[in-house]
Design a protein around this ligand. Structure first.
Ligand code: AMP
Length: 250
């Protein structure tokens, strides 16, 4: 089984991203970048399938600037076999990403494409679903468990208020939820080994995909700051404030 894993370069989840002073977008200058956490979970799942002898090859794909090579290298250090960078400086939208991934699916013929359920920068939660529509592959989103069977997968999905188990035919698109696994840390020897693994480079143009944005970012701003809370002396005062100040009870 050949697995393609999509890894996105995003601002590290520990960084508090601020808008640029002219509010034209997030200020990412000198910000620490990392693999999107849900993509890291997708890589871990692919590597575990390889370790179990189920997957034969794991290919990590990233779309973005030249620097997105760093995230591909991280995926290689975690156990992926080779990488593909689709290099562009255009601010990509999910449809553009999905079209490029579809073009790569046509070339690579993977049995399984693993993606994160969402990227923590744009919070779109769209790319996997769009890729499934474009390729016609079966899809299972928000996966918290994947079991591989003969020509099919059984996937437990995290849905509102519970879990749903579905069976889908291969080839398939699966997007990872938080509880799918706990990603490992890359060991130093594996980081060194990853430097020798191949990364191919292409562009959306070479793949025949127009990634020009369909939406325009009008303004980026922080949410309004929450007012400081107060301490009340006793329950009577709390009830009084809820009744007469907040007016949430009568
Ligand atoms: P999104 O639909 O933007 O929330 O992203 C969902 C998933 O699609 C991510 O977790 C990645 O697996 C994949 N993806 C989105 N954008 C990119 C990108 N530029 N490069 C690689 N993978 C991406």
């Amino acid at each position: 089984m050949k697995i393609l894993v999509a890894v996105k370069r995003v601002a590290d989840y520990n960084v508090k991203v601020r808008p640029k002073s002219d509010h034209s977008g997030p200020d990412l200058a000198n910000v620490k970048m990392a693999i999107n956490p849900f993509c890291e979970i997708a890589v871990e799942e692919a590597v575990r399938l390889k370790e179990q002898g189920i997957a034969t090859e794991v290919v990590a794909v990233s779309l973005g600037p030249q620097a997105a090579q760093e995230q591909i290298r991280t995926a290689l250090a975690l156990g992926a076999d080779r990488g593909i960078l689709v290099q562009t400086d255009v601010a990509l939208e999910p449809l553009g990403v999905a079209k490029c991934l579809k073009a790569l699916c046509d070339k690579e013929n993977p049995d399984l494409v693993l993606l994160g359920k969402q990227a923590i920068d744009g919070d779109n939660n769209q790319t996997g679903q769009m890729l499934a529509a474009l390729t016609g592959y079966a899809q299972a989103t928000f996966a918290s468990q994947i079991t591989v069977g003969e020509g099919q997968l059984e996937v437990i999905r995290e849905v509102d208020g519970g879990l749903q188990t579905i069976a889908i035919k291969l080839p398939a698109i699966v997007t990872s939820d938080l509880r799918l696994n706990e990603p490992r840390y890359a060991s130093l020897p594996n980081i060194m080994k990853a430097k020798k693994k191949p990364i191919d480079s292409t562009t959306p143009e070479e793949l025949g995909v127009d990634v020009a944005p369909r939406t325009q970012l009008l303004k980026a701003e922080l949410p309004p700051e929450r007012k400081a809370g107060i301490k009340v002396e006793d329950v009577a005062q709390l009830v009084d404030k809820l009744k007469n100040e907040a007016k949430v009870i009568s």
